[in-house]
Design a protein around this ligand. Structure first.
Ligand SMILES: [Zn+2]
Length: 399
């Protein structure tokens, strides 16, 4: 088994340096060594995963997860915890995990400083997963994290419980996002998730999808800390905005770029479905089918298209002008949020005007939404300096 350099120094004891403290998000873990493991895959080169062998430091060893008292170890297992990927490779923490006898709680699995009790994901992984879950559809977040949808739901639940218990996450908040998320497949259950944009972690989670839930967050935050908020981003949910305006009047209310691009994508899907229906009704089923296969090409970021998807898109550009126009509008909106600043604002003004006059009902509807949230969109675009490399994109859209 090849050994990595780990953190073991010649002749000295195993040490955990500041770099590992950052990776593990605790100073109480000692890195013993690291190694690469090869996982066989059917018909493909083996998957390489990184394993970091760790142990709890003297202070945190053999502790009861319920009361924190030190117990007597009686038996031990070797266990792995999934942690944040390293260079795109899955990464695991590996450690002996003893069962201990606690004076109060009897025989129990010892606590470890890098993960919650009885959990197989590290805390940093869970923080990141919950943060991702707050910012994109759960199916996509789960796919990107390479975990199951159910695992993501469980993680979010655990982080939610922690967030509800620990108020310190509300300290020092400046730029936050407030989003609603449906919770559980097909269940009518919703969460309001508040994320700390600066720390990149979940700050607060409450059940429900109404003004009262957002008010509960501001009640926990308190008026002093609410005053310190500079930027609040929220999706277009009408019930979030008034509460933020009332409780944090100094904060700029922004819209997450993700939501605006999503609105455009939804209108584009509507348009595609309508046009395909019209083609089928006119007996042009083949052309309707092309629109069906073109769905993914239309949805994706154009820079991430495969050659085949580029081909489909080029075909749509030739045979279906309204749909291609809708696609260009969606991509211009995406570009505006990439460019940001004055150029992004100019691009957004242009694309909104374009959508208003494009004579495509779905995009006229989008134009109305963009106009309604104009102030929030402008605030979002003003939130970061523009990138000089994108100057060419600010040219007026083609009509
Ligand atoms: Zn105990």
């Amino acid at each position: 088994m090849p050994k990595g350099d780990g953190a073991r120094r010649t002749g000295g004891p195993a040490v955990a340096g500041p770099v590992w403290d950052e990776v593990l998000d605790t100073e109480h873990a000692v890195v013993v060594r690291t190694y690469i493991e090869q996982w066989p895959r059917k018909g493909r080169a083996p998957e390489k995963v990184l394993v970091i062998v760790v142990e709890p430091d003297e202070e945190t060893r053999f502790r009861c997860p319920r009361c924190g008292q030190r117990g007597r170890p009686v038996e031990t297992d070797v266990v792995r915890w999934r942690t944040l990927d390293v260079h795109g490779k899955k990464c695991f923490l590996e450690s002996e995990l003893p069962r201990i006898i606690c004076g109060e709680h009897g025989k129990i699995t010892a606590a470890v400083p890098w993960a919650r009790p009885d959990d197989r994901f590290s805390r940093p992984f869970e923080e990141f997963a919950a943060w991702k879950a707050a910012h994109m559809p759960w199916t996509r977040a789960a796919a990107e994290l390479r975990i199951s949808w159910e695992a993501l739901a469980n993680i979010t639940g655990r982080v939610a419980a922690d967030a509800a218990a620990g108020r310190d996450r509300l300290e020092g908040l400046r730029r936050i996002g407030i989003d609603e998320k449906s919770w559980g497949k097909g269940q009518d259950k919703y969460l309001v998730i508040v994320t700390d944009h600066d720390a990149g972690r979940v700050a607060w989670i409450g059940e429900g999808r109404c003004q009262a839930t957002v008010e509960a967050f501001f009640a926990d935050l308190g008026p002093e800390r609410a005053k310190a908020l500079t930027h609040v981003s929220a999706d277009g949910a009408d019930w979030i905005h008034p509460v933020v305006r009332a409780k944090a009047p100094r904060a700029e209310l922004c819209l997450d770029a993700f939501h605006v691009v999503k609105w455009a994508g939804e209108r584009l899907d509507e348009l595609r479905r309508r046009l395909a229906g019209e083609l089928r009704a006119a007996g042009r089923g083949d052309e309707a089918a092309t629109l069906g296969t073109g769905m993914w090409a239309l949805r994706k970021d154009q820079k991430k298209l495969t050659p085949a998807q580029r081909g489909t898109l080029a075909q749509i550009a030739v045979v279906n002008k309204p749909l291609y126009k809708g696609y260009l509008i969606k991509e211009q909106i995406r570009e505006a949020f990439k460019v940001k600043g004055d150029q992004g604002k100019a691009l957004m003004r242009g694309v909104t005007a374009w959508a208003h006059r494009c004579r495509i009902p779905e995009f006229a509807k989008l134009a109305k939404t963009l106009s309604r949230y104009k102030d929030s969109i402008v605030a979002t675009l003003g939130g970061a300096p523009s990138s000089p490399g994108h100057a060419a994109s600010a040219a007026p859209p083609p009509s």
